[in-house]
Every structure is written in structure tokens, then in C-alpha cells.
Design a protein around this ligand. Sequence first.
Ligand code: ADP
Ligand code: MG
Length: 601
Amino acid sequence: MSTFKELGLNQDLLNAIADLGFEQPSEVQQKAIPVLLEEERDLVALAQTGTGKTAAFGFPMLQKINVDSRTTQGLILSPTRELCLQITNELKLYGKYCQGLNVVAIYGGSSITEQAKQIKRGAQIIVATPGRMKDMISRKLVDISKIEYSVLDEADEMLNMGFYEDMTEILSHTPADKSTWLFSATMPKEVAAIAKDFMFNPIEITVGNKNESTSNVSHEYYLVNARDRYLALKRLADANPDIFSVVFCRTKRDTQKVAEKLVEDGYSAGALHGDLSQNQRDLVMKAFRNKQIQMLVATDVAARGIDVDDVTHVINYQLPDEIETYTHRSGRTGRAGKTGVSMVIVSKSEVRKIKSIERIIKKQFDKKEIPSGMEIVEVQLMSLAKKIHTTETNHEIDQYLGSINELFKDTDKDELIKKFFSVEFNRFFNYYDKSKDLSVEDYGGSDRDRGDNKSSNDTRYFINVGRKDGYDWMKLKDFLKEQLELGRDDVFKVDVKDSFSFFNTEKSQQEKVLNFFTDFKFEGRFVNVEVSENRGGGGRRDRGRGKGGKRSGGGERRSSRRSDSQPKNERRSRRSDSSDNRSERRSNRSGSDRPRRSRRK
Ligand code: ADP
Ligand code: MG
């Protein structure tokens, strides 16, 4: 292990490093810095997020550029605005003793004239997103014809985001004899192709897969029915009262939807995706950094490179399309020497992807069960107990102690504790009491994967309308939901045939459904619904037997709609557990929700 000094860094940088409190160079820094300082050549470095790549290229670049010149000498391309700003800030910190240094960030969604003005003042280093950079080149607002060093940071992600052409275009404006340093967490074919096209005989550096950051992360997966995904997410959150997490969804739409639902259900959540304005994104990130948001629901692109150190859990609400992306996701936790958990909620149809991911991360997943309602109740109760135990006593209460004591003079201590806890606790308990088991059995990825026709709590129905009547599955689902006044997930496995169709509901809805459709006429004709003997989608055979003998036994499952209405006040009051002033704001917020809560009762 060398020190930063032994790697060859100059005193200005060493002073900044001392200020930053970096004690040891990280592995990628160990490997990259000496080569980049000593030689003018290309480099490909593979290292996961959180391994200190910014400094690995930043220190050598800062040492090699000439700060007395105003010419742009270094160009760093990065996939997102957030990363771009992050790198710029880091470089400014690293170069704080480099007199005359000017690092400028170029990114979309912010005034181009302002950015051009900053460039004009003389920027030795430009950190840019490809889109805006290309724009500025075509408007002749930047000159990168004399750069000596170019960095492609998070190259795999830039390619994922479709920046290949922009990158090619940008690099065509740079001198052929510059050095190019490519950094990437993964090495898909496309990145290898870039290395081949744009680089000359690069040195390759790979930082061990089990670098410090990822070995701190354990990986878990939870197998559920696809329609229970959201409920499973809530349970995972409820089972971890101090969760501080990034929740990944596949699309912007799902990201927004999940975040909205969480907020509706009383969680402190926020959405981060590309359809938000820059301003909205900044606000969300700020709230997340300040821990006012416990669950940041994000797309891969938007969350890329987010550098927040204390993330306790990464939750893969859906697996990414490209399984390589998983490493980026899990790299959001287990940073800065802390441990983290990366959880995956999977349905049976996706469970075999877990195996492929295991091959990529070279680690095993633990298969876990979604905590049962009663397990969560216990966790919550103990969390509440601890909170009470550590709460600082407010002595303003002393003056009322007399009357309070009078009121409780006949209540013994145990009874008093129970009553006291019940105030906060009943709603949670009532919510989870008799809740159904969400975990489903793993069939080991066999072809039985497809039909989850094993679920014992469903009823499958026949209905005498079909395509001929103008229905497709969505229309029929909407029709049923509307007529039956059911929630969005209460009608499922809708299968429309020509002149009839099938659908499922929870068995607990069966009576309601059948009663409703007795003598039911719609647009002049009788609509007939019967319990189906069709084995394809329903679970009637298994009637009455909860799988695995779990608590599902006597448990009448609530309808998803009702289940979705989280016991709000527990979530909310939990937010006010810390004693800083933020918690005040939080409990105020919770206060404003009270009417909504009581209406629910
Ligand atoms: P990457 O680009 O590989 O995801 P970053 O360069 O963003 O990682 O670094 C992650 C975090 O680690 C940053 O907060 C950075 O300041 C910090 N860091 C970088 N190098 C060191 C080091 N040698 N010692 C301690 N912390 C470091
Ligand atoms: Mg980085």
C-alpha cells in the first residue's frame, strides 16, 4: 500500500487530500494515479461505483494541466447532470490549492449563456454531459481542439443512455494525440468497442470485483406474486423502521407512481426521474441528503452515481432490463465502510434472473421471506419502545404530573405501559393483524414459473362478455373495477376470449362479486358471472389451505385496496423520532395529515 505522496502527487494536492481526510488511496487510485502521472497514454479502468474513480482521474489531471494557461486542457464526459455536478464539486475540492484553477460544469436544463460565460473566463477543465456539450460545440461556445486529456466517466452508462453518437461527435472535435481515460463499472461489448475505436493501446486496470464497497453489501431476494409487489415494498420498509433507501423502478412512470403511492400511504418518499424539472430534482435530492426523505424512488439513470453515504437499503422494486445495471444499483449502499443490503422483489417469471446476477456480482443471494404481519408488528413495537426509552424527558410535564397520577392511581405499571403503547400501536396492529402471507414458493426456476395458479386465495370467474362485445383485458378490468367498486389490483388475470372471458379476485371478494352479478343487466343484456372450473388461472382447487402452513390460515386477506391504506400515523410518528429540528418539521407535517387519518377510521 502506497501513500498518496508515494503515488507521486504534488504538495498542493496532498494538502487538499489532508483537508478531505483521505488517509489511503483506494485500489483504483493506487493503480491508476502512478501510470497516469508518468505516462501520456490511454487507460481503461473497470471499477464499481464508490471506489473513488473521480480522484483516480481527477488527481492526475489536476497535476498535469497548466493552471497558468486559460486554454481548456481536460474534458470529462459523464452521463447525468447530477454526476456532472458531483465531479465538478469534487475536482474543485481536490484542486482547492491549485491557484488559478477553473473547473466548469456543462449540463442541460440550465442556462447555456451562463455556462458559456463561465467557459469564456477560461476553464482548464470542463465537466460535461454529452448532450449539452454537443450543443455548445455546434454553437461554437466551447473550444476543445487543444485538450490533452479526455475522460469518459461511467462509460457504460453513457452508452446505455444512447450517447454513443454524441460522444463520437464530441471526440471528433478533439486532437488525435490526446490521452483518453475510460472509466466504467462494467465492460459490455459496447464499451469494449468504444475502447477499441477511440483509444490507442490502452492500459487496462481492473479493480477486484469484491472491492471494499461491494463486499459490505449483502444481497437478498423476495419472491412474491407480481400483483403484491407494492405491498411487499411497504412491508420491507415497515420491517426496517430506520430505513434510508433508494428504491429502483424500471420506468419513469412506475417511479412516479410508486413514490406517489408511498406518500399517500404516509411514508416519507420522493421520486427522482428524468421527467421532473431540474429544480424538482434538486429539491428531492436535497431532501434525501438531509434525510427528510426515507425512501427515494428512482430510475437507474436519475440515481446514477448518487453519492449519499448512509443508504441502508437498496430496494429493487423491479429488476433492471439490463442485469448489469444491478451492480450500479447495489453500489448505492454499503458506501464509506458501512454495510448495506440490496433487496430484490421478484415475481416467479423473473426469478431466474437472480442466478445471472449472482454470476455477475460473484456473490450469492439469500432467499428471504417477506416479513409476516406479526413480525412487523413486533419490530415496530420494539422500535417504539426504544424510541421511548431514548427520548429525553421533557420536564415541562412535571407540573401536570399530579393530575395525571391521580387519573392513573389504580392502574399498575404493566397495564399503564400497555395502554401507553396502544395509543401509537393499535392502528399498526389492526392493519397487520390477519394480513396474508406475501411470500410465494420458489419452484427453482422451472417451467411452472409462468402460471401462479397455485395461489389458494383466488377465485376464478367466468363472465359472458368478450372481444365481440368490444372488450380487451384492460377494458374488462376497468369495467369490473368500476362496477364492483374494487381497487386497482383487486381484479387480476383477466383473460378475454371471443365471446366470454375469465378473471380472478381474492376469494374474500367472491360473495360480493357473485351477489353483484345476480340479475345484472348492462346495456340491455344480462351479464352473467359464475365461478369458473377453468384450471388455467384460478386457484380454486387449493381452497382453504394457506400455503406452507403460514399465518395465512384463518387470515381473511383484506382487499388490496384496503391493504394499501397504510396505518398512517405510525409511519408519520416514526418520522419524528430524532431530536433535531428536522423532526419538528416532520411531525408538523404529520399533524397536517390528521384529518385524513381520522376520516379513515
Ligand atoms: P466512484 O466514482 O468510483 O463511484 P467517487 O469518486 O464518487 O466514486 O468516490 C466515492 C466517495 O469516496 C466520495 O465521497 C469520495 O470523496 C470518497 N473517496 C474517494 N477516494 C477516497 C479515499 N482515498 N479515501 C477516502 N474517501 C475517498
Ligand atoms: Mg464516479
